[in-house]
Design a binder for this molecule. Structure first.
Ligand code: BMA
Length: 329
């Protein structure tokens, strides 16, 4: 049964300094800075791995560091990670939309990103200890696939990747497993785009890496509504089982964050909020969500993990079984 589920609860508040990073901050000429990955280093510094689009239209990554995660950004004077199409042809048209996961077992950060190849966007992986040198693993999911992130630990000896391949049934979120970060299998659909008039019809994708909570992996995902006036990118919530992340426990009906501020409404691509990273505050509850606004600049919104989980438990619905999702019934 469909119930009216239109809860106007504000779960994320925009930082008054928004947009916190723009091309005006950049030490070299660029077109736009957006869709950053985020992490907190061991000394508490916030590190953003920003997608930077140059004036040819190709993207690379550049690191920005800040003590408080809001201002005083120290930006690498040159690109931090450039596409390397000579050795990695899949990076021919740039690298985009990174997600960072710190992996304690490896003592390294895993960066999962979109490599824009001649065949379309695929998912690539690189490891780093210091965001200065990077060990590339190449393509881990062939085109067309994007919006991927690694979970920070193995399940039964296998790493877990969430990603968004395009299939004949649409653009849905899948989970895949690997013993070595190179060979991936046991693919399963975990979250399906809805249909028809829904805000998340036909195309969804993972936002930042899933957030570990005592109640499950909190997933912030984007839904793309196609309208005659262009696409609208908004955010929704889901909760995956902590013991079995391929199992979706709850999913919200309403979107919870969308383009409202002028810097989200107008830019190179209007009406886009696109988070690829988060950090958690010292209180263990404050969620700092870093997002690209209108494919032009970087903004920050804050929420409370506790409040978000309460919302999901109150308004979220259990999802249909994966068998039903496969058949699309
Ligand atoms: C998606 C990605 C994002 C981008 C968004 C809106 O498909 O390519 O990088 O922010 O579209 O243009």
């Amino acid at each position: 049964m469909t119930t009216l589920n239109n809860h106007h609860v504000v779960l994320f508040e925009r930082d008054p300094n928004n947009p916190i990073l723009t091309v005006a901050h950049w030490p070299y000429p660029v077109n736009s800075v957006f869709n950053p990955a985020a992490t907190r280093l061991h000394d508490g510094t916030t590190l953003l791995l920003c997608r930077v689009e140059d004036r040819r239209g190709l993207s690379h990554f550049c690191v920005a560091r800040s003590a408080n995660g809001v201002d005083g950004w120290q930006i690498d004077p040159r690109p931090t990670l450039l596409p390397d199409p000579e050795r990695y042809p899949e990076e021919l048209w740039g690298i985009e939309d990174p997600r960072i996961t710190y992996v304690p077992e490896l003592g390294k950060y895993a960066i999962v990103y979109t490599s824009y190849s001649r065949s379309g966007p695929g998912v690539s992986l690189a490891l780093t200890e210091d965001f200065r040198t990077f060990e590339r693993y190449g393509v881990v999911m062939p085109p067309e696939d994007k919006d991927a992130a690694l979970l920070p630990r193995k399940y039964n000896g296998r790493w877990v990747l969430l990603h968004r391949p395009i299939t004949v049934l649409g653009a849905h979120i899948w989970v895949s497993y690997s013993p070595d970060l190179r060979h991936w299998g046991s693919h399963k659909m975990v979250l399906q785009a809805r249909r028809g008039a829904w805000w998340d019809a036909n195309k969804i994708g993972l936002g930042p890496p899933p957030i570990e909570t005592p109640e499950g992996w909190l997933v912030i995902y984007h839904g793309v509504r196609q309208t005659p006036g262009g696409c609208l990118y908004r955010l929704g919530l889901a909760l995956l089982d902590l013991d079995k992340p391929e199992r979706c426990l709850l999913r919200g009906d309403s979107w919870i964050f969308g383009p409202e501020a002028l810097y989200e409404r107008e830019g190179d691509v209007d009406n886009v909020v696109f988070p690829c990273g988060y950090t958690v505050g010292d209180d263990g509850d404050t969620l700092n969500l870093y997002y690209g606004a209108a494919d032009t600049c970087i903004a920050l919104a804050r929420g409370s993990i506790r409040t978000i989980l309460d919302w999901l438990k109150r308004y979220g619905q259990p999802t249909v079984s994966s068998a039903e999702e496969y058949t699309g019934n």
